[in-house]
Design a protein around this ligand. Structure first.
Ligand SMILES: [Zn+2]
Ligand SMILES: [Zn+2]
Ligand SMILES: [Zn+2]
Length: 768
């Protein structure tokens, strides 16, 4: 007796060696039939002895290749066929596209061995890959995932590669990006004016020598251009900062080896595991004051006044080969200007980075879409992403229920977009800030890219409540063009909802959302919010006592303005006397009169701005090189200092309850006068915020409390608040798979739009 079954496997089943695996286990159990990629998943039909079919299904579920994950496996009996062998058959394009695009994977141990082995034909070949590693998302142009629908279509396979591609027992069996020196992409080294200086191995060697000579290299990597410079050469790093217009924001560093990482930073087992994982993100590590052994220290300008270090290891064969020739740590940062999107093609790179980089190491494999390096931290609860891109995007997240196809366009900074498809949502890779034309264009392009990719037609569009975000304007245009509903989601509501989606929370959830800026339903700037969220609905139950920001947006760059606004709100003209040292007499006069008249002084309840005010009051930062720098300085000042007590930060009785920072600022001023060290002040300030979180949870929370918003990237604040909430009987949830900063907003918007459609009451019980 023979049995035939037909199975549909969905999940991460393409681009991970899944079909070869199916082939091998079918052979092992002496079954006939076929396996085929479809845009809807992988379809398998096998036939043979019923016990063998059973054993096959068991292996299918439990012996998966490391990168594969089966989300669902539908198995049904099928009529017997006449197959005499087991085959891998051509892919079929089906109607509904499932969101299962593989992410890019760091080079595997087998390929690493091969490129270092002189007897192999891929010895020193920078585009080596296999079914277990290599480019995926950055080369895929359409589904199903097959070579003709990738950037590799321009590289016909040589006979030797074709033999490997077709051999079920080879680890490159059906590896779509397969390549070798004879048939694959090649390197060139270009001068800034575009003329070719060298090719292939010589290009690599000369690029390494340029770095060692202190030059800036633009490298066409996996997901776009990167800028590389010797991290031990202060003048070279300073030149990169100056040319890239990046004053103070820390640079990430690529290390030639794990040994080298450990010489410069302290990494726990979990942090080492993250560095060497298939996703290979940048991991924020604690820096050693002096490097171990006889290592040359990193240049001060790599990460000024920062006890952390963003570290990564080479993750493509190209990076491996380049780093082994350089042999020392290298600054490795996105190839862009300021916060504009990463440049992906060579002519564009020569045009925009021509005055930044001295030489360009490029290749002829197109980058289909920009994918930046991901950034992660290891917290006690596991790896948490601060920037979600390479290795993680576009892995889908399952929603609690199917919902109409929803396109969400996210926020304005650290932008991402999201698309729901049935009961799953795919969130784009980090797209960068939307200030620039390039940023807004990339968002536009990404929308078109994804809709084509997934053959999706949105039934609703979601965006932020902020009227002036480029993402909001695009959403308005698209909703009008498609004649579908536009759902505007309040910024902090979206933050909490993203975490509700990630952790699958149900029922009313208290969310504490502390960040820099978000448009409130009353038109003021929110950012120190406590929202009780349920379905599509939220209630603002508590917030920080609002204060004015003289000059509005400029306060982000000048913490002294936040401090002045708070002092003025707290104590009027008497309060502003303390600000006399921070401004010239004329400046102070202008700002005070703005405050008196209420012109250009938007009101905010932002904890991000309270951090700024405290940083100014403690003398750490009167001006900031980038948003978040003052808060980081405060966090770092408290390193190694235990939090004993916290300042008083009382929560009023009303609804919403107001958290009054006036006693806190008074106490900080008194401590300053008494000569209390800044680190101790900072520890007490963090303590006050953690106590506030507990006070709000006690009054308005049930079991689950979400902590989100940019302020919760602060590790001291996160661990302190989570620990105190837990002692008080609450369970804190801090986003991990999606960033707590505005990179998570698009996901929250999709979730809220889905709940609103599900018939949840649309009217928000607002207390503003
Ligand atoms: Zn490999
Ligand atoms: Zn070849
Ligand atoms: Zn935000």
């Amino acid at each position: 007796v023979s049995l035939r079954i037909s199975a549909l496997a969905r999940g991460i089943v393409q681009g991970v060696g899944f079909r070869p695996f199916v082939y091998r286990i079918a052979l092992a159990h002496r079954l006939v039939g076929w396996v085929r990629n479809g845009s809807n998943g992988v379809r398998i039909e096998v036939q043979g002895d019923p016990a063998a079919v059973e054993a096959f299904l068991n292996d299918l579920r439990h012996q998966l290749p490391p990168q594969a994950a089966i989300e669902s496996l539908d198995v049904a009996d099928a009529p017997l066929g006449s197959d005499t062998t087991f085959r891998i058959v051509d892919s079929a394009v089906e109607d509904t596209v499932q969101p299962a695009i593989p992410a890019d994977l760091a080079i595997c141990a087998d390929c690493l061995f091969e490129i270092n082995s002189p007897i192999e034909r891929r010895y020193h070949y920078p585009f080596t890959n296999c079914t277990q590693c290599g480019p995926r998302f950055t080369i895929i142009e359409g589904l199903p995932y097959d070579r003709p629908r990738t950037a590799m279509q321009a590289f016909p396979l040589c006979d030797a590669c074709m033999a490997q591609y077709g051999d079920p027992l080879d680890r490159r069996f059906h590896a779509q990006p397969i390549a070798c020196p004879a048939c694959g992409p090649q390197l060139s080294l270009l001068a800034a004016d575009g003329h070719v200086l060298a090719t292939t191995a010589a290009a690599l060697q000369e690029a390494a020598e340029a770095i060692l000579a202190g030059q800036i290299l633009a490298l066409k990597g996996l997901g776009g251009f990167q800028l590389l410079v010797d991290a031990t050469n202060d003048a070279a790093v300073a030149r990169l900062r100056q040319r890239k217009h990046r004053e103070a924001k820390p640079f990430a560093v690529m290390f030639p080896s794990l040994d080298s990482v450990q010489a410069h930073a302290k990494a726990s087992g979990a942090e080492l595991a993250a560095l060497t994982s298939d996703e290979a993100p940048i991991v924020l590590l604690a820096r050693r004051e002096a490097p171990g052994g006889d290592r040359v220290p990193l240049a001060l300008s790599v990460a000024p006044q920062n006890p952390h270090l963003g570290a990564m290891l080479p993750y493509t064969p190209l990076h491996v080969l380049l780093m082994s020739r350089i042999g020392r740590p290298v600054v490795c940062t996105s190839g862009n200007l300021s916060e504009a999107p990463m440049v992906i093609d060579t002519p564009e790179a020569l045009a925009t980075l021509g005055h930044v980089a001295d030489v360009f190491l490029v290749h002829d494999r197109p980058v289909v879409r920009p994918v930046d390096d991901s950034i992660a931290v290891v917290r006690p609860d596991g790896l948490a992403l601060l920037r979600r891109a390479r290795g993680f995007a576009p892995k889908p997240l399952r929603l609690p229920a199917p919902q109409p196809t929803t396109l969400a366009l996210g926020a304005h900074l650290k932008s991402t977009m999201a698309l729901s498809l049935h009961d799953q949502v795919v969130v784009s890779q980090h797209l960068g800030d939307l200030h620039s034309v390039e940023g807004a264009t990339l968002l536009d392009r990404t929308v078109a890219d994804w809709l084509r990719f997934f053959a999706a037609q949105p039934e609703q569009v979601a965006c932020d409540l902020h009227p002036d975000y480029a993402s909001t304007r695009l959403a308005e245009t698209l909703a009008a063009r498609w004649q579908v509903p536009l759902i505007r989601v309040q910024h902090h509501h979206a933050h909490v909802s993203a975490a509700i989606a990630e952790f699958g929370l149900a029922g009313p959830v208290l969310g504490l959302v502390w960040d820099g800026t978000g448009y409130g339903t009353d038109g003021t700037i929110w950012g120190g919010e406590a929202l009780v969220c349920e379905g599509a609905d939220f209630e603002r139950v508590a917030h920080l006592l609002p204060f004015p920001l003289p000059g509005g947006e400029r306060a982000v760059r000048e913490p002294r303005r936040s401090a002045l606004g708070a002092l003025y709100a707290g104590w009027g003209h008497a309060g502003t006397a303390a600000a006399a040292d921070w401004f010239t007499e004329a400046e102070l006069k202008t700002l005070t009169s703005m405050l008196d008249q209420g012109v250009q002084t938007p009101t905010t309840s932002s904890i991000g701005r309270l951090f700024d005010a405290v940083a100014a009051l403690t003398g750490l930062h009167l001006k900031a090189g980038f948003e978040g720098q003052p808060a980081m300085a405060l966090e770092f000042a408290a390193d190694g200092i235990p939090t004993n007590g916290g300042y008083e930060l009382p929560l009023g009785d009303g609804l919403p309850a107001i958290a009054d920072w006036r006693p806190l600022l008074k106490a900080i001023q008194a401590d300053r006068r008494a000569g209390v060290p800044v680190g101790v002040i900072s520890a007490r300030f963090h303590g006050a915020l953690a106590d506030l979180a507990v006070a709000i949870a006690r009054r308005f929370g049930s079991r689950h409390v979400v902590l989100s918003g940019g302020c919760f990237q602060n590790r001291r604040l996160v661990s302190l608040a989570a620990e105190r909430l837990s002692l008080a009987g609450f369970q804190a949830h801090v986003p991990r798979l999606f960033p707590p900063n505005d990179g998570g907003i698009a996901l929250g918007q999709v979730f809220v739009a889905g709940r609103r459609h599900a018939g949840e009451p649309p009217d928000q019980r607002l207390n503003t």
